[in-house]
Write a protein that binds this ligand. Structure first.
Ligand code: NDP
Length: 341
C-alpha cells in the first residue's frame, strides 16, 4: 500500500468573503476514505467559477472549515471498501466531488473514472467539469441541431471555449461574446462563427442582423446578472434561455410572464443534475473522452498555479484575466511574478 502521510497541504476557508479568506495550510488532516470512496493523491486540481460562489457565500458551504474545489486528476492511494466500480490503488483517475484544493481527497468512487492512457494528466483535470458542462448543456438543456443559431456568452472562458468547439462539431452557427480582442480571437479560433465584443458593441442589434431578425434558438448564459435581460431579448420565438451561471452575480427573480411574448423556455440547469447517477456520469465521461481526440478539441490551459497561490488564481478568474482553464498543482513551488515575466 502507498504510504500516506497524516497531514497535507490544502486551501481552507473558515468564513465567507473575498479571496483573502483562502488559507493555505500545511497541517490539514488527510481524510480517511469511507465505504464507496477512494483516497486520491491529486496531481492537478481544476478551478471553476463555482469555487468562488462557495467562497463568497453565494452558495452555502456544507460544513466548516471547508476545502473548496470540485475536480482533480491524480492517483488512487487507498480504496475505502464497498463498491468502487473497478477503481483500485495505483489507478490514475479523474474525479468530480468536493474538497479538491488539497494534496489528498477522499472522492466518491461513483464520481471517479480512470484517466484514458493516452490522455495527459493536465488535460484530464482541465477537461472534466467544464467539458461535461458544455456537453450536457447542448445535449439536454437545449438539444442543439445542425444549423441552429446559438448565442454563447463569455465564449473565451473555460466553459465557453468548450461550447464553441462542441457547437462547431455539431455544425451550429455560434455567436459568441467576449470582452477583449484577444478573447474574441480565441473564441473565433475555437469555432465561434461570429464574435461580438460585448464591452463595446451592441449585442442585440448584431444578433438580430445575423439571424434575419429571428433571434437565436438558444442562449447559453453563464454570465448571469449583467446579461440576463439581453439574453432574453436575443432568444427567438420558441427558443431557449439557458441561464447556467452567475459570473457577474446572481440573476434576480424573474416573472414568468416575461417568457410569453416569444413562447420562450427558461432553464437554470446544473451539471450535477445531469450526472447524478453512476450510469449518467459514465455515459457522459465516455462521450467526452471520445470527443476530445475525434474532434481535435483544444483543451486550453490558462495557467497552472501552485496550490499555495489559489488566491492569485481566483483573483485572475474573477478579474476576467483568464481564458480557458485554471489549474492548481499541489507540488509546485511558488513562482514569484517577476520570475514568470
Ligand atoms: P470562465 O472561465 O468562463 O470565466 C468567467 C468569464 O465570465 C470571464 O472570463 C468573463 O469573460 C465573463 N464575465 C462577464 N462578466 C463577469 C464579471 N462581472 N466577473 C467575472 N467574469 C465575468 O469561468 P467558468 O468556465 O468556470 O464558468 C463560466 C460560467 O459557467 C460561470 O457562471 C459558472 O458558474 C458556470 N458554470 C455552471 C455550471 C453548471 O453546472 N451550471 C458548471 C460549470 C460552470 P469576458 O471577460 O469575456 O466577459
Amino acid at each position: 500500500m502507498a504510504s500516506v502521510p497524516k497531514t497535507m497541504k490544502a486551501v481552507v476557508i473558515e468564513k465567507n468573503g473575498g479571496t483573502e479568506v483562502l488559507q493555505y495550510k500545511t497541517d490539514v488532516p488527510v481524510p480517511e476514505p469511507k465505504e464507496g470512496q477512494v483516497l486520491v493523491k491529486n496531481d492537478y486540481i481544476g478551478i471553476n467559477f463555482i469555487d468562488t460562489y462557495f467562497r463568497s457565500g453565494l452558495y452555502p458551504a456544507p460544513s466548516w472549515p471547508y476545502i473548496l474545489g470540485r475536480e482533480a486528476e491524480g492517483t488512487v492511494v487507498k480504496a475505502g471498501g464497498g463498491e468502487t466500480y473497478g477503481i483500485k490503488e495505483g489507478d490514475k483517475v479523474v474525479w468530480m466531488a468536493e474538497g479538491a484544493y488539497a494534496e489528498y481527497t477522499a472522492a466518491p468512487a461513483a464520481k471517479t473514472v480512470k484517466l484514458p492512457k493516452e490522455m495527459e494528466s493536465k488535460i484530464g483535470a482541465a477537461a472534466l467539469l467544464q467539458g461535461l458542462t458544455a456537453l450536457t448543456l447542448i445535449r439536454e438543456a437545449h438539444a442543439v441541431k445542425k444549423g441552429d443559431w446559438v448565442l454563447v456568452h463569455a465564449a473565451a472562458g473555460g466553459t465557453g471555449l468548450w461550447l464553441c468547439q462542441l457547437l462547431r462539431a455539431l455544425g451550429a452557427n455560434t455567436i459568441g461574446t467576449a470582452s477583449t480582442k484577444e478573447k474574441v480571437d480565441l473564441a473565433t479560433k475555437a469555432g465561434a462563427t461570429h464574435m461580438i465584443n460585448y464591452s463595446q458593441d451592441d449585442v442585440k442589434s448584431k444578433v438580430m442582423e445575423l439571424t434575419n431578425n429571428n433571434g437565436v434558438a438558444a442562449v447559453f448564459d453563464g454570465v448571469g446578472k449583467s446579461t440576463f435581460d439581453l439574453s432574453l431579448e436575443c432568444v427567438a420565438r420558441k427558443g431557449s434561455m439557458i441561464s447556467f451561471g452567475n459570473a457577474s452575480g446572481a440573476v434576480p427573480p424573474v416573472t414568468i410572464a416575461r417568457l410569453s411574448p416569444k413562447n420562450a423556455r427558461l432553464m437554470r440547469p446544473t451539471l450535477f443534475g445531469y450526472i447524478a447517477t453512476r450510469e449518467e456520469f459514465e455515459h457522459y465521461v465516455n462521450e467526452l473522452f471520445e470527443i476530445i481526440p475525434k474532434e481535435k478539441i483544444d483543451v486550453r490551459i490558462h495557467e497552472v498555479y501552485p496550490l499555495s497561490e489559489a488566491k492569485r488564481a481566483q483573483d485572475d478568474l474573477e478579474g476576467r484575466v483568464s481564458t480557458g482553464k485554471l489549474l492548481l498543482d499541489p507540488t509546485a513551488l511558488v513562482v514569484s511574478r517577476s520570475s514568470r515575466l
